[in-house]
Design a protein around this ligand. Sequence first.
Ligand SMILES: *[C@@H]1O[C@H](CO)[C@@H](O)[C@H](O)[C@H]1NC(C)=O
Ligand SMILES: *[C@@H]1O[C@H](CO)[C@@H](O)[C@H](O)[C@H]1NC(C)=O
Ligand SMILES: *[C@@H]1O[C@H](CO)[C@@H](O)[C@H](O)[C@H]1NC(C)=O
Ligand SMILES: [Cu+2]
Length: 408
Amino acid sequence: MMRRGDQLLLGFFFCLFLSLAFAEGGRIRHYKWEVKYEYKSPDCYKKLVIAINSRTPGPTIEAEQYDTVVVELKNGLLTENVAIHWHGIQQIGTPWFDGTEGVTQCPILPGDTFVYKFVVDRPGTYLYHAHYGMQREAGLYGLIRVALPPGVSEPFHMITIEASSLMTGTTKALMNKPLDYLPWTLSLLIHGKGSFNCFTPGIQSGLCNATKLECSPYVLTVVPGKTYRLRIASLTALSALSFQIEGHNMTVVEADGHYVEPFAVKNLFIYPGETYSVLITTDQVPSRNYWAVTNVVSRNSTTPNGLAIFNYFPNHPGRSPPTVPPVAPVWNDVDSRLAQSLAIRARQGYIHHPPQLVASLSRHRNLSPSVRVARKLCVYAVLYLAACLARLGSSVVIVTVLVVRNMR
Ligand SMILES: *[C@@H]1O[C@H](CO)[C@@H](O)[C@H](O)[C@H]1NC(C)=O
Ligand SMILES: *[C@@H]1O[C@H](CO)[C@@H](O)[C@H](O)[C@H]1NC(C)=O
Ligand SMILES: *[C@@H]1O[C@H](CO)[C@@H](O)[C@H](O)[C@H]1NC(C)=O
Ligand SMILES: [Cu+2]
């Protein structure tokens, strides 16, 4: 018979072992970012942008369901605070990492480093963006891709490769002018590249050069005869957009982190803060490239279209398509946008009902099943040891275990 001290010690190590073995549901995805102002010409017009590790959009966070994302964020802006919101991430159990400055966290002061740490518990496409002042419009944003864990497959077929496309715009606020109340979008960016109209009256000469390599269109390279999943997201200020790829229909399969019943569209309408996944089959004439186009809808705007190149391998990625970019739907065509909204239906078999009890939600949703099992085993082990020490025998343990089970 072991002495009491030994039993306690054994129990302690047993629990320690379990908690170490199952500590995190998935892998840790560690990112070290520094946020800084830099001069860049994303749309050919040189301006100050806010970049993460010199990039805008910032690095794409790539994780699997139940992984823990750790972002060590250094604010290198010198005179401005920073906070980053993880758009679409539920933050169950970690509301203080939601990143809404002044609501769930104090801003990160210039020179300070803050470590965000949260679990991505749903597969899907999400965003991150600055949540302080107009920093989002200045380029502080990026994508979050949460894949399924190994061995679990998506509810659609023939995925070969994933690509992504993130639409944003540059706004007046970025032009070193006094901020207008409405940050009109002056150029549309696809994955951080666009083209400003360098003939706009009043712009500083020498700062806009439409032939710079830095602002050549974003290129999405694909292989003929495959089906691709394209993740599309928008963070454009105050602008609803249409997105299309010349000559290709798209099948919508995901909206804002939820699988939807597949439906086909020629134009995808997307509003700021939304994300979609679409499937595109590269079944067109393979000897040329195609245009990907985004344009403002729902407002009679003069914003130039955003253009990217849908490049069929092995054509040269910089080769312009031989056609003019497809025309966009007219800005006040409300019916098509309504039709898309009405077509979005939750995918059967993947419907997540709201939890019945808020209390149970806050306690356990954030943990992976293995953590829950480990936690349960720990409780049982401690109860067993306690009962042994109290020489009360196993019946008490069984009763207590039953009580604990019912409490859950
Ligand atoms: C624009 O950029 C191109 C390529 O970098 C350069 O050759 C040209 O001189 C520039 N034009 C002006 C007006 O600066
Ligand atoms: C796209 O869909 C439309 C309407 O269903 C159809 O007429 C057209 O042929 C399709 N285009 C391609 C390239 O599949
Ligand atoms: C949209 O704006 C243009 C000028 O930019 C104007 O000519 C046109 O009439 C406007 N359309 C509508 C429907 O208001
Ligand atoms: Cu957001």
